[in-house]
Design a protein around this ligand. Structure first.
Ligand code: UD1
Length: 422
């Protein structure tokens, strides 16, 4: 197992190029099986989750050609003949659930291992199942597998709002099945994340008839067949936010290239309130900190609110900002595994239900810490950038699921960071 070793105290300076968004690439790759001709997907990041996605595609019968240097994946789904996403692969990546909709759309049946809870808390799939049942899919749970079957997908009106708001991958699954359903489907309370819009654009290039993606009401008129298409994945807004926060924490001067700031309103707003200067120019953004930073309270919400996937990193920033801030998690109320690890580095954070009370400290101390999940591990790396002395982040396979070449990108910005084999 690898670990990341950091020496804190360097201001990040220079330019960084964003990778394609993992959370857009995953459902887009699963959607390729809806047609029986080849699709070509560009700007796919080279990440562990994408490798798992490719393994599942191949196990279903697709032929996949991945040019890792170009970031292009070609999927020939002509011979898709299996309907099963097995436990061994689903347990590695919960997002494997996004094969449910495409398999039903393509084969009329699917057998996808039920994803369990994970370290960020329980993650139910009721909205996925409810949405598909509304499309005339019969669903049963057998020996830990979601077994779905339909004689004919039929369009319907579907309300997809849940206890914690809309669901990103449930919206993706229902949309991917509905493109092949008879008649009109209207998804109410759909997730409006940019990754859903990007998926819809790909489906439309394949011949789907979709209106309203990116809003809370999506209308889909089913079509008889879809064809392969060429598509480029959007830049990763969570990676962009992570680098913005890293630049702010180190009081650096970083130009983030290829960032779509329209996707980051909820983040920009909070960073600007904290005193981070974000200057946009030609599709890039320069991040600097001209004066002292102030604390801000943050509540995570579905898009366009502040994303849960940047909560841990923002907590890292607030833990070294003078004052007291409250960070409230509304999407995954248990997503606080990073708190104990940040406190091991001398942060002062206490938990009060769904909120973390963060008392800014002057210095963090380097320490050996344990990554618990993808975004928590990013927060620990950022903390290591500003901590006194050396920080070792263990279990970095979590970070490899979602950040492409993280240590290379941070090194280029001047960070003292290296990966060590254990
Ligand atoms: C996606 C992202 C993940 C991000 C999350 C929330 C991908 C691959 N992953 O995950 O990085 O953190 O959105 O922005 O895109 N819920 C239910 N029932 C369901 C489904 C979800 O109650 O059937 C709840 C979840 O427990 C959570 C909330 O709804 O509280 C939002 O989850 P959801 O949007 O579904 O997350 P994912 O799509 O799995």
């Amino acid at each position: 197992m690898d670990k990341i070793v950091l020496e804190g105290g360097t201001q990040l300076r220079g330019e960084v190029e964003l990778s394609g968004a993992k959370n857009a690439a995953l459902p887009i790759l699963s959607a390729t099986i809806l047609s029986d001709s080849t699709s070509v997907i560009h700007r796919v990041p080279n990440l562990q989750d994408i490798r798992t996605m490719v393994t599942i595609l191949e196990s279903l019968g697709a032929v996949v050609d991945w040019d890792k240097d170009q970031g292009t994946i070609q999927v020939d789904p002509k011979n898709i003949n299996k309907e099963e996403a097995p436990y061994e692969l689903v347990k590695k990546m919960r997002a494997s659930i996004c094969f449910l909709g495409p398999l039903i759309g393509r084969l009329g049946k699917a057998r996808v291992s039920m994803p369990g809870g994970c370290v960020i808390g329980p993650r139910p799939v009721d909205l996925h199942l409810k949405g598909l049942e509304c499309l005339n899919v019969k669903i049963s749970i057998e020996q830990g597998y979601i077994c779905a079957e339909t004689e004919e997908l039929r369009g319907n009106e579907i309300f997809l709002g849940g206890r914690f708001g809309s669901s990103v991958l449930a919206t993706a699954n229902v949309m991917m099945a509905a493109v092949r359903a008879k008649g009109l489907t209207i998804i109410e309370s759909a997730a409006c994340e940019p990754e859903i819009e990007n998926l819809a654009h790909f489906l439309m290039k394949m011949g789907a008839d979709i209106e309203g993606a990116g809003t809370h009401v999506i209308k889909i008129r089913g079509v008889d067949s879809l064809h392969g298409a060429e598509h480029t994945v959007i830049p990763d807004r969570i990676e962009a936010g992570t680098f913005m926060i890293a630049a702010a924490m180190t009081r650096g001067d970083v130009l983030i290239k290829g960032v779509d700031m329209a996707m980051l309103h909820g983040v920009n707003d909070k960073l600007a309130q904290a005193g981070v200067k974000l200057e946009r120019k030609d599709g890039n953004v320069r991040v600097t900190v001209p004066n002292d930073l102030s604390v801000v309270d943050v509540i995570t919400l579905p898009y366009p609110g502040f994303p849960t996937d940047l909560q841990a990193q923002m907590m890292g920033l607030m833990s070294v900002t003078n004052g007291i801030s409250v960070i409230t998690e509304k999407i995954y109320p248990e997503r606080f595994m990073h708190v104990a690890e940040l406190n091991r580095m001398a942060a002062s954070i206490s938990l009060e239900g769904q909120s973390a009370i963060v008392k800014g400290v002057k210095h963090l101390n380097g320490a050996p810490v344990m990554a618990s999940d993808l975004r928590a591990s990013a927060a620990l790396v950022l903390a290591g950038l500003v901590a006194d002395g050396s920080t070792e982040v263990h279990r970095v396979y979590h970070i490899d699921r979602g950040y492409e070449n993280i240590e290379e990108k941070l090194s280029k910005l001047g960070a003292k960071i290296q990966r060590v084999k254990e």
